[in-house]
Design a protein around this ligand. Sequence first.
Ligand code: FES
Ligand SMILES: [Fe+2]
Length: 443
Amino acid sequence: MLSIKDNEELTRVGPGTLMGDLFRRFWLPALLSRELPESDGVPVRLRILGEDLIAFRNSSGSVGIIGAYCSHRRAPLFFGRNEEEGIRCPYHGWKFGVDGKCMEAPNAGERDGEGLRSRLSISGYPTREQGGLVWVYMGPPESTPDMPSFEWLGLPSEHVHVSRWLQRSNFMQGVEGEIDSSHISFLHKEYADVGNNKSVRIASADGAPHVAIKETPYGFMSGARRSLDNRHYWRVTHWLLPTYSAVPRSTGTNFTVGGGRIWVPVDDDNVTTFAVSYRVDASLSSRELGLIESGKGFPPRATRTTVTLAGGQRIDTFLPDANIDNDYLVDRNHQKFMNFTGIWGANEQDRSLQESMQRGALGQTVDRSIEHLVAADAAIVAARRRLLKVARDLRAESISPVPPGDTYAVRALSEFSEYDDFNSFVSQFGQVMRAPVHNGGNQ
Ligand code: FES
Ligand SMILES: [Fe+2]
């Protein structure tokens, strides 16, 4: 459990909060590059870390992520004209560039001038496009960090599939589900159609894995050990600061496919989940792409739409088709005979629980002061401790929380071993879990 104070500090993300300051030290994905297909096209409304923003691609193809409201009288720039290297507010014609600087303020009359225009600027954050995503850095310019050197950021674009969708819970419920290895034996159990997913099949056989944690510069690796036919089956997931993951996609050391998620808070009550799937040795085939987009795993079945949040903000995002308003399309007959939940896809199963956990005083945030953790929750405890520690070290002593970019070049692994202790397993397979470090990556 966590105290009410720690739970609050762990989950609030607005400007000036402990965790909000931490997130603002990392490059974060903001949206998919393909959502801004053309220069001078339609802007996309975003909300990230409690800030209302718009993303737009200017005439020369650069992407700006800037404050959503005009500095004059706070009209929404979403309705602006995206023209000649900037977005122009339709109310009185003020114009802003991709850096948020005011380029023109035509109704400011005689007072119009350089000094005035720089005072009229709105927030504008640096962006870069890599791996099919637009990334944003919302922190102090002097602390701009390295990009994390994920393996998939160095691959040709046909090797990588990226997606995003809205989850209506605090981000930490998603992060905790990600590293919670014991739920796989229950929530994702299939009775009939387990297909080729050998890891799920093995995990289904033992619901009380031994969980071991190994702290690393980027976060930790968590090994869940299950016993099967007198052998030790290890499933190793990487958790990388602040909310990235690498999750095993297949069993064995012949690594070809990988994947993971990134959780970027919309605000305290909502999170955007980004999912990545990739092949290192070839382009993703149409069969693989079909499977990824079927909604059976990650991403869920989803529709691009505009959502009005509880505070009235409108955001352009992907809304899962199975969601809280239709009880995730639960089929109770299916639950009796086919799978553990009666809910179809793996992310749909995860969200059906994570979006409605018992709340306390913190909106869409679970009340962690009344939970009962067990040994299988070791990774969850480790993630909470690490996040609170690095955020407090940043606040108290200005210690940078950002690990070197090349430490992010890791691969997740599930494999059998004769070893029952995690350190020996890591010594045995450490090399397999390192990915080559690349310079830069695909667009
Ligand atoms: S409110 Fe935007 S120009 Fe007046
Ligand atoms: Fe899950």
